[in-house]
Design a protein around this ligand. Structure first.
Ligand code: OX2
Length: 830
């Protein structure tokens, strides 16, 4: 810069005190200033919540500082950037994670102590940011953490929902949903960017205009909504890099329908404007069934359109040749939810930037990649053509045009194989003509990634078989991972300290493979002792939590057996509950002398059911009904307890996982694309009781079959077994447990009838009957027996943690960066 600009910059710089300081006095001053000036309370009188608010603003200041530096650095270096588009981000709480990643958690804890507060207690004040459903949304959150930590120049883009995932309230054992108006108490982590806003158009018509001797299309919208950016800094660990998660919120647009004001109906005109905001109001709580709803479509397009405009604006800030676009931009689609980005980029390039169709198409084919999380064809998103044509008329034309060339290519490749053409076409003919979003994504993305090795096999041989035959080179997998920063460092400080002590370094927090070093100490008596101690403290903490949530007292001496995840038939919580019923029945019929040999167990189940998913809701009720009987049976006492933890979310997981002995990942083989819960338990030294499904197959390779409890049918056996299940009866023990439910042993027999029928009358699609015997065996022979031998158990536990390195999202993101996105680290200097 020269002249006036330079003088101004120098003056600004001279007014700066330097970077924010992190010594205890500066931190205390900072917190108190925020109490006074941000929270507007007196520094002489404020409560825990106000202290939390002030504390998080103080942390936020530090995030913003680094975030400015990071983006200034990115701008200067102009590396290829990754844009990660996802309709869901399940971030959970931010305070501890941010303070730890900034490397100043302990300094804050000291500073707060001197003010008479405890960091941990204040951290509990924060609500959960639940802008997503489950695995897919945690995938986004873990990836953001890894991208920042590994210094990748990346941005996350999503939607800022006013209502996150519903709160689950249990009344008389039934799930009820309550809205999660999470912004009620403010959100100190976000920054509203009023100037960063874009008009997003809907409805209307497409007109043809003369242009340069030819024709061009002009979309004349019927509605315009403003997308306003909310920025959420994502700090990396052990680096100054702090990247951005930009979430869009819908606001009425100034361009909006001025006409209605002339009609005299002013009040209604204002109310109508207000309706624009509904686009970003609520997260859809069904995580794998899509009904082609108009609002959902508008949500998808809204966030995609704003993001694409933002990305193109950033590119144009420093480039004027779109041929360079693929060298500077990689766009990652998290499942098919953001796949409208494809026709949107085409539209902007052709209609607005006036590139030729061919030029635009070449660019599109180079920039997009996607991850699919789906295993079954029924889970694939479809949008009815009529709906798409009405909401996004120009996009429908573009999709048709893409499909036209695609079908031509197919004909060249496969000849006139009409069955194949109709299966592969982006447009599905039929009662309701629809657009298949997965087909659109595969056609336009250069890479399609599955989330585990077996998932890719299923994609290649079943779900996308035709496409695999056409483009084998497009299909890859990157086995999922989770971030050890949140799932170990934040949630299990005790174990974390122990690991660092025994490895002699905390470098594993950025390099999880180092955990392998623990293998050398797995049978060391001293480590075993310390390991048990840490795990016991975590169990006590969990027992206290259970008492606080449910009023039930459980003993930390018992084995804590946990299944926490969304409630789904394929995840087989029902198998777990029937196993518990069987165990209960056995204990009940035992002689007193045999009872003494029983390993006491606390079975813990948690998870939400989609509000419209009847079977899943019945499973929740069954869990409560069975718990009611068992927990109040004086014959049973402490030998068996069944606890349902309500309102399972990220923060609950952070508390439950470190305190679990065993965790269950028992989906019918071939149904869980990956599963990431298992990885969190594994890191925390909790043993897995699992089927060989999804990423578990790869976990077995890392830790060995001996260090977990494996059971059940294998993926390739499932189709045959299903046929068999149709024709054969149930194993005895299984039939007995089921009969107890059917006969009303736990009451509500009418309500549970359809649940029982789904197994007995419905051919047992998820093979509960088939897997029951081997499930019980794994539970009794393996788990119960192993638990009695605490030395062996602890060894298995240490080896689980030691073998979890591969399941860090750092590894996953590294593979994506290298193999799919073609991006390099860009580390902001300190
Ligand atoms: C989930 C998958 O069910 C799960 O197996 C996987 O680990 C996770 O995504 C992350 O990849 N919605 N959620 C998922 O798939 C869909 C669709």
């Amino acid at each position: 810069e020269s002249g006036e600009g330079k003088a101004k910059a120098e003056r600004m710089f001279s007014l700066m005190d330097g970077f924010l300081k992190n010594d205890p006095i500066s931190l205390q001053k900072d917190i108190l200033d925020h109490v006074e000036y941000t929270v507007a309370r007196s520094r002489f009188s404020f409560d825990d919540f106000e202290a939390y608010q002030a504390l998080s603003h103080s942390v936020r200041d530090r995030l913003i500082e680094r975030w400015h530096d990071t983006h200034a650095y990115f701008k200067r270096k102009d590396p290829k950037r990754l844009y990660f588009l996802s309709l869901e981000f399940l971030m959970g709480r931010s305070l501890s994670n941010s303070a730890i990643n900034l490397g100043i958690r302990d300094q804050y804890a000291d500073a707060l102590n001197q003010l008479g507060f405890e960091f941990e207690v204040l951290a509990e004040q924060e609500g959960d940011a639940a802008q997503g459903n489950g695995g897919l949304a945690r995938f986004s959150a873990c990836h953001m953490d890894s991208l920042a930590t590994m210094d990748f120049p990346a941005w996350g883009y999503g939607l800022r929902y006013q209502y996150g995932l519903f709160r689950q309230v249990i009344l008389d054992g039934f799930q009820h949903e309550q809205p999660d108006y999470w912004l009620n108490f403010g959100n100190p982590w976000e920054t509203e960017r009023i100037p960063v806003s874009y008009a997003v158009k809907f409805y209307g018509t497409v007109e043809e205009k003369d242009f340069n001797g030819g024709k061009c299309k002009v979309w004349v919208p019927g509605e315009t909504v403003e997308a306003v950016a909310y920025d959420n800094p994502i700090p990396g660990y052990g680096t100054r890099n702090t990247i951005n998660l930009r979430l869009w919120s819908a606001k009425p647009s100034d361009l909006y329908d001025m006409e209605s004001y002339d009609t005299g109906d002013y009040i209604n005109a204002v109310i109508n404007r207000q309706k624009a905001e509904t686009i970003s109001s609520v997260l859809y709580p069904d995580d794998r069934s899509y009904q082609g709803k108009e609002l959902r479509l508008k949500q998808q397009y809204f966030f995609v359109s704003a993001s694409v405009q933002d990305i193109i604006r950033r590119f144009k800030d420093s480039h004027n040749d779109f041929n360079q676009f693929p060298e500077k931009v990689a766009l990652q689609l998290n499942d098919t939810h953001p796949s409208l980005a494809i026709p949107e980029v085409m539209r902007v390039l052709v209609d607005e930037e006036l590139l030729s169709w061919k030029q635009a198409w070449d660019i599109v084919c180079k920039i997009f990649s996607c991850t699919t999380h789906t295993v079954v064809p029924e889970g694939l998103e479809k949008i009815p053509v009529d709906l798409l044509g009405s909401v996004l008329p120009r996009h429908l034309q573009i999709i048709f045009d893409i499909n036209l060339s695609f079908v031509e290519e197919l004909k060249k490749h496969f000849g006139l194989d009409f069955n194949r053409l109709s299966r592969m076409s982006i447009v599905e003919e039929g009662a309701v003509k629809s657009i298949r979003m997965a087909n659109l994504s595969i056609v336009c993305c250069h890479t399609v990634n599955g989330v585990s090795r077996v998932h890719l096999d299923i994609l290649k041989t079943k779900v996308f078989k035709d496409f695999y035959e056409l483009w084998p080179q497009k299909f890859h997998y990157k086995t999922n991972g989770v971030t050890q920063r949140r799932w170990l460092v934040v949630s299990n400080p005790g174990l974390c300290g122990l690991i660092s002590k025994w490895l002699g370094t905390d470098a594993w927090i950025r390099d999880m493979d180092l955990l392998m070093g623990l293998r050398d100490h797995a049978v060391d008596a001293e480590l075993q002792q310390e390991w048990k101690m840490v795990r016991r403290i975590n169990k006590i903490r969990l027992a206290e939590f259970i008492e606080a949530m449910t009023g039930m007292k459980v003993s930390p001496d018992a084995m804590f057996d946990v299944q926490i995840k969304r409630i789904h038939e394929y995840k087989r919580q029902l198998l777990n509950i029937l196993g518990i019923i069987y165990r209960y029945d056995c204990i009940k019929n035992m002689k007193e002398s045999d009872r003494r040999k029983v390993v006491p167990r606390v079975c813990i189940i948690g998870g939400k059911a989609a509000p419209g998913y009847k079977m899943a809701k019945k499973i929740i009720k069954l869990c409560h009904a069975v718990g009611e009987t068992i927990n109040n049976d004086s014959d049973i006492g402490d030998l068996l307890k069944l606890v349902f933890i309500p309102d399972y979310n990220v923060s609950v997981a952070e508390l439950v996982i470190p305190g679990s002995d065993i965790s269950q990942h028992i989906s019918t083989a071939g149904h869980e694309a990956s599963g990431t819960g298992s990885m969190k338990f594994l890191m925390n030294g909790c043993l897995l009781l699992a089927t060989a499904d999804g990423a578990t197959i790869e976990i077995i390779e890392e830790i060995g079959e001996d260090n977990m409890f494996l059971f059940g049918a294998k993926v390739h056996e499932v189709p045959k077994l299903r046929e068999k299940a149709q024709n054969h009866g149930m194993p005895l023990q299984f039939a007995r447990a089921l009969k107890m439910v059917r006969d009303g042993y736990f009451d509500y027999e009418d309500y549970f009838k359809s649940l029982c029928d789904s197994i007995e009358g419905g051919g047992d699609f998820y093979l509960l009957g088939n897997d029951f015997a081997s499930y019980l065996e794994a539970q009794q022979a393996a788990a119960d027996k192993a638990f009695v031998d605490q030395e062996r158990w602890t060894k298995m536990s240490i080896l689980s943690t030691a073998g979890s390195g591969r399941f860090s999202s750092d590894r996953t993101v590294g593979e994506y960066a290298h193999q799919t996105w073609g991006i390099e680290p860009c580390r902001c200097p300190f």
